[in-house]
Design a binder for this molecule. Structure first.
Ligand SMILES: Nc1ncnc2c1ncn2[C@@H]1O[C@H](COP(=O)(O)OP(=O)(O)OP(=O)(O)O)[C@@H](O)[C@H]1O
Length: 296
């Protein structure tokens, strides 16, 4: 297995000729193999574009993106991609769909996990895909993806149409399976709370650029949530976002050395870290991929 599951250098993707749109612009990051990476960012940030490039369905306009050490198109059989619209054959039954997955992936297919995902949702194996609900189709798409026993699993908002219980249960199945097999997972989601506890790596995109990248624990440790009097200076620390209520100021900062007297500070949660960066799109970016690499 390759040590780096995904690596981007000066990665750009532009759509349109007349009205050019940079969906990705100068992105650089490195994702170690075996990571579970949360891919977050506001609408239009470039998350789906990145996942589709990684799946080899589109090509970059600039720079490079390698997955499992190769161009994505060269390693399609080693990765699985569940797109937002979860394309499946509507006329096939659930059983036919699993059979199709088995035939398309000889030597790789894992019946046990595929059937487990379908059966945990109490799906009628003889039902045609077109008769299934959105959440049930998601389950079949995830069964196909995991059944393929991929080294890299790319999931574009996989839980969006699942009920809370199914979400919780499928996430647990997914994470246990990824841990057991050392699968690298990149999962986009707008529900940051559902990623907490599941992910060990974070990639936050904004307007096509990398805003935060690196091991989650390191990124959290690089920030503090501080409260203090509004007239106390936060120099020389980098203030990501601050809010004042009466005389009190609350801020997410990247400390440049010890915080001065008068500040109470706590470690931010993943949600606090992400929300502060979403509210402050101009805040400076931070990538800790290289630092970790240099320390190894
Ligand atoms: N096929 C396309 N043609 C033209 N523009 C596109 C195309 N695909 C994406 N874009 C543009 O690229 C930008 C990034 O889109 P993308 O779908 O990657 O964002 P996203 O982060 O996945 O958003 P969301 O959270 O809403 O799903 C958007 O401005 C979008 O309009």
């Amino acid at each position: 297995m390759t040590e780096t599951a995904m690596e981007a250098a000066a990665l750009g993707k532009t759509f349109g000729r007349r009205r050019r749109k940079d969906a990705l612009d100068g992105c650089a990051f490195r994702l170690p193999a075996g990571s579970v990476c949360a891919l977050v960012g506001p609408n239009g940030a470039g998350k789906s574009t990145l996942l589709s490039l990684a799946a080899g369905l589109q090509k970059p306009t600039d720079g490079t993106l390698t997955v499992l050490g190769h161009a994505p198109a060269a390693v399609r059989e080693r990765l699985a991609y569940v797109a937002q619209d979860k394309p499946l054959h509507p006329q096939l039954t659930v059983d036919d769909t699993l059979r199709y997955g088995r035939e398309l992936n000889p030597g790789r297919w894992d019946d046990r996990v595929a059937e487990r995902i379908v059966d945990e949702g109490d799906l009628d194996r003889d039902a045609r895909v077109r008769t299934l609900s959105g959440g049930q189709r998601t389950r079949v798409a995830l069964a196909l993806a995991l059944g393929k026993r991929p080294e890299l699993l790319l999931l574009d908002e996989p839980m969006a149409d699942l009920d809370p219980l199914a979400r919780h249960q499928l996430m647990a199945t997914l994470m246990a399976d990824a841990a057991e097999h050392g699968t690298t997972v990149v999962m986009s989601s707008h529900v940051v709370a559902e990623l907490d506890g599941a992910c060990d790596h974070l990639l936050l995109l904004g307007a096509g650029r990398v805003r935060l990248a690196g091991p989650l624990d390191d990124l959290l440790a690089a920030h503090r949530l501080v409260t203090g009097r509004a007239d106390t200076s936060l120099d020389p620390h980098t203030v990501i976002e601050s809010r004042t209520t009466g005389r009190q100021l609350t801020a997410l900062v990247r400390p440049e050395g010890p915080l001065g007297d008068g500040w109470q500070s706590t470690a931010p949660t993943l949600e606090e870290l992400v929300l502060a960066h979403l509210r402050a799109p101009q805040a400076p970016a931070l990538s800790l991929d290289d630092r970790r690499e240099a320390a190894v």
